[in-house]
Design a protein around this ligand. Structure first.
Ligand code: HEC
Ligand code: HEC
Ligand code: HEC
Ligand code: HEC
Ligand code: HEC
Length: 508
């Protein structure tokens, strides 16, 4: 079956006492030359590492112990969100006000998935189910990330979904630019502190000057930790690491190199490092303006919201993420015998696992076919059958399990463990293998075609949540590779045979 040469599940087995160079650098400043010895001891004795703050995210889940402590520390339990004082909707401004001066940023943002985080039909359907199954226990949890203003100032709950006037804001300008701090790096641990009287907007510039509002420099906004509060999700009650995009990044070389989420997701497109211009009319001319498309992989949702530009940007992100090649190819195949073909898939562009995010759905897989001119495919693996990738498909995805070890595909509140994780690490690769019988009647040559596909969720899950025909999932081909091989009739022929054509790797 699946034969992966990948290290992608190592982190699940290791306690989080591993030091990243960043931590070393930080502690170096603090304790000088003893750092090296200190780090050495820590590596040897994980127990000591427990004393180091920030190292405890798995060892000690962020959960207050008594009901009173819950109320004090986590006003929106089970989410970790907090505010500086009780909030009212009037304390936030509408994005349409910002549009007046930040027209381009507004346009980019309103196309983004985050602008739709409350309206998203898949979210609404799953949220409804989750709330029902848990008697509303998870309501605050979901709403903290999908509508922070709704939760903190509008008393939103699952019942809000039934309200015909429901128009809660998603993750909008006023959410992000009023986050004054964080109290952790997951499960909604932002501190929301709007200040409408003074109109203070927190942002990345020391020298921003606006006639409408005050501005304040915020280092947090320039760092991945800002995104971590929402892009790191653990089960609120049993701490199973469900969706840990920030952790994946934090443990990667991108972190060491100082490449933040913003550097890939707040540019006009993959590989575009500069975006000169102004962020506002009356603003200063600058070498790089952080754009607000926040393109990820979910072209399906952009399509659903009638946004072909956003959908294409998401596809571009996906195409920039991976390369694929055949490796160890035989010189030729032998008719009537078994052949083995290996395909190497590399994560070259994503600063986290490939794929990352929403684990019930996100799936990348190889669709591999062997064809000879004369007949139907000799071999195929990775077709979509009945709204799922067919059994045996070489795919990269997380499989979640409940407390009995049974697979959980939608009811995420039942998750108790990770059954498998075959996603590809940042800068990592996986090798998948196919063995098939070359028919005796073949005279060759044959073509090998491999496509690397992505979908945000299997069509079957969407049909189950929304009903059939409501939303068509967009399957994106991230990259392809193909080659032609000769087929020889006898074994002795093989050694003499030459490969009839070179391997070509191309991107769509
Ligand atoms: C009357 C015009 C105007 C309006 C309306 C306006 N802004 Fe601004 N904003 C500016 C200007 C000008 C700058 C400075 C740009 C620069 O220096 O490059 C700015 C800068 C910013 C910054 C960057 C701050 C920093 O420290 O880097 C943020 C964030 C911001 N605005 C958010 C908002 C939000 C959110 C709204 C809507 C609630 C809004 N603005 C409405 C004109 C406006
Ligand atoms: C998901 C959070 C998020 C949302 C939503 C968001 N922003 Fe931002 N914005 C940021 C971050 C983070 C930065 C700074 C990026 C950096 O410096 O790395 C930023 C930067 C800015 C800047 C300064 C850009 C520059 O390069 O000088 C302005 C102006 C701004 N945002 C306005 C807005 C407006 C207006 C909206 C709504 C239409 C909005 N933002 C929505 C997170 C957000
Ligand atoms: C307040 C919570 C919150 C913050 C802060 C936040 N996000 Fe998000 N983000 C979300 C939610 C919720 C979604 C998913 C919405 C949906 O699919 O319904 C999302 C979606 C996205 C997507 C689209 C994913 C896809 O599948 O296409 C990208 C990319 C993204 N965020 C990047 C960022 C980056 C980069 C930052 C930091 C600068 C950030 N986010 C900060 C809540 C947040
Ligand atoms: C080196 C560039 C890079 C960095 C750094 C990076 N990303 Fe991504 N991200 C990508 C690419 C490329 C994709 C599309 C492929 C994929 O889905 O993994 C992506 C996809 C995503 C998605 C959508 C996943 C899906 O399939 O639904 C989210 C959400 C996301 N990134 C959030 C983040 C956050 C949060 C950070 C920081 C902790 C971050 N990214 C850092 C390049 C990057
Ligand atoms: C800590 C923040 C956080 C919490 C808590 C959270 N989400 Fe999300 N959710 C996200 C982010 C970020 C994404 C986008 C990830 C990606 O694009 O892969 C997302 C994506 C989703 C998606 C996929 C949407 C799509 O169109 O692809 C669904 C469905 C969803 N969340 C439902 C829920 C439900 C139900 C709950 C409560 C049980 C919940 N979420 C709790 C942050 C959160």
């Amino acid at each position: 079956m699946n034969n992966y040469e990948t290290t992608s599940s190592w982190h699940l087995l290791q306690p989080y006492h591993v030091f990243t160079p960043n931590h070393l650098r930080r502690s170096h400043k603090r304790i000088g030359f003893t750092t090296v010895i200190f780090a050495f001891i820590i590596t040897l004795l994980p127990a000591i590492a427990k004393a180091e703050p920030g190292m405890q995210k798995w060892l000690k889940p962020h959960k207050p112990e008594s009901a009173e402590a819950i109320h004090q520390q986590l006003p929106y339990y089970p989410s970790r969100a907090s505010t500086d004082r009780p909030l009212k909707p009037e304390m936030f401004e509408n994005p349409e006000i910002c549009q007046g001066c930040h027209g381009e940023i507004y346009q980019q943002w309103q196309r983004s998935v985050m602008a739709h985080s409350w309206k998203d039909p898949i979210y609404r359907a799953l949220f409804k189910r989750a709330s029902k199954a848990t008697d509303g226990q998870v309501d605050n949890f979901c709403i903290a990330c999908h509508s922070p203003i709704g939760m903190t100032s509008m008393n939103a709950s699952a019942a809000t979904l039934e309200d015909p006037d429901d128009n809660l804001p998603g993750v909008n300008c006023e959410v992000c630019h009023n986050i004054r701090g964080i109290s952790g790096s997951d499960n909604g641990a932002y501190i929301l502190a709007p200040n409408r009287d003074k109109h203070i907007k927190l942002g990345p510039r020391h020298d921003a000057d606006s006639p409408y509002h005050q501005t304040e420099y915020s280092d947090l906004h320039t760092k991945s930790e800002f995104c971590s509060v929402c892009h790191n999700v653990s089960h609120p009650f049993n701490s199973t690491p469900i969706e840990r995009t920030y952790d994946e990044w934090q443990e990667s070389a991108y972190n060491e190199q100082g490449i933040q989420c913003q550097d890939c997701h707040m540019t006009p497109g993959p590989g575009q490092k500069t975006n000169p211009g102004k962020s506002a009319i009356m603003g200063k001319e600058r070498e790089h303006i952080y754009s607000h498309e926040f393109s990820g992989g979910n072209s399906t949702l952009h399509q659903y919201f009638d946004d072909p530009i956003g959908a294409e940007l998401a596809r571009e992100m996906l195409r920039s993420a991976a390369t694929m090649e055949f490796i160890d190819l035989p010189a030729s195949l032998v008719a009537g015998e078994l052949a083995t073909i290996r395909v190497k898939v590399s994560n070259v562009g994503a600063g986290h696992k490939l794929p990352t995010g929403f684990p019930e759905g996100r799936e990348v897989w190889v669709d591999f076919a062997v064809n000879s001119g004369e007949q139907a495919p000799i071999y195929r693996s990775g077709a979509v059958v009945d709204g799922h990738t067919e059994p045996g498909t070489r795919n990269f995805k997380v499989t979640l399990g409940d407390k009995n070890g049974d697979v959980v595909d939608l009811n995420v509140w039942e998750v108790d463990r990770i059954l498998s994780d075959t996603r590809i690490l940042p800068h990592g690769y996986a090798i998948v293998e196919y063995t098939f019988l070359v028919p005796a009647s073949i005279q060759g040559p044959v073509t090998l075609d491999a496509k690397l596909n992505y979908w945000p969720f299997p069509q079957k899950l969407v049909d189950e949540l929304l009903g059939e025909g409501k939303l068509t999932v967009d399957i994106v081909t991230m990259t392809t590779t193909s080659t032609e091989l000769r087929v020889s009739t006898t074994k002795s022929d093989t050694s003499l045979a030459k490969r009839s054509a070179g391997t070509t790797t191309r991107k769509h």
